[in-house]
Design a protein around this ligand. Structure first.
Ligand SMILES: C[S@@+](CC[C@H](N)C(=O)[O-])C[C@H]1O[C@@H](n2cnc3c(N)ncnc32)[C@H](O)[C@@H]1O
Length: 193
């Protein structure tokens, strides 16, 4: 991506968080709540946003590192953590160049962020036996809520194919309601072999 485009996109997200146009630090995703018992050790939240899932894991005593490009998202997450007496490690950076060492996490979560080319890097930062949780938008017809850019949308069956070398614990593609609008998403929970 050109530097100029990167800067513009990062600024867009800062603006969205500043204006409250995107979800705040409350309300972890249902998938994480359902499978929270699978996580322990160190967990990375890639494209953490303003911390809704990282804060949930931290409140369960898990050591979370959130990677996020938006300074405003990080500011909100930090403020929410302080208000709740929680601690999360936060890294400002670009997921395209994951700043984590190989085998350094026992869990990785990714919600509503897609950069296909880093799937092997995401797999690599997980320890053997580690848990990957991933949920994001599918291409779907009809009046559903999703980003306009097709580069950010998954094909049917694509998500598990991006992560060979994992045993599936949960995989589902379907329509789900989010704040009164329907979304088509793929949900994956898998263990690294
Ligand atoms: C749709 S939001 C999802 C946030 C959070 N995971 C959630 O579900 O609430 C996408 C997030 O990805 C971040 N982001 C976009 N491109 C990024 C990149 N290259 N590296 C790191 N974060 C990025 C944005 O700043 C934004 O916070």
């Amino acid at each position: 991506m050109s530097e100029e485009k990167e800067v513009r996109e990062a600024a867009d997200w800062d603006e969205r968080y500043r204006k409250g146009f995107y979800d705040g630090p409350d309300g972890p995703h249902d998938l994480l709540v359902r499978y929270r018992h699978l996580f322990g050790g160190r967990v990375a939240d890639i494209a953490m946003g303003s911390g809704r899932d990282a804060l949930f894991l931290a409140s369960a005593g898990i050591a979370v590192t959130g990677l996020e490009r938006s300074w405003e998202g990080l500011r909100i997450a930090g403020q929410a953590a302080a208000a709740r007496g929680l601690s999360i490690a936060m890294v400002q950076g670009d997921a395209a160049r994951l700043p984590f060492r190989k085998d350094s996490f026992q869990g990785v979560i990714v919600f509503y962020f897609l950069l296909r080319e880093i799937a092997p890097d995401i797999a690599a930062v997980l320890d053997r036996g580690g848990i990957l949780m991933y949920e994001t938008f599918l291409k779907a017809g009809g009046d559903v809520d999703h980003p306009r850019n097709p580069a950010f949308l998954l094909d049917e069956g694509e998500l598990p194919a991006l992560f060979p070398g994992f045993d599936l614990i949960h995989y589902d593609e379907g329509l789900r309601e989010h704040k009164g609008r329907m979304r088509a998403t793929a949900q994956l929970v898998a263990r690294k072999r």
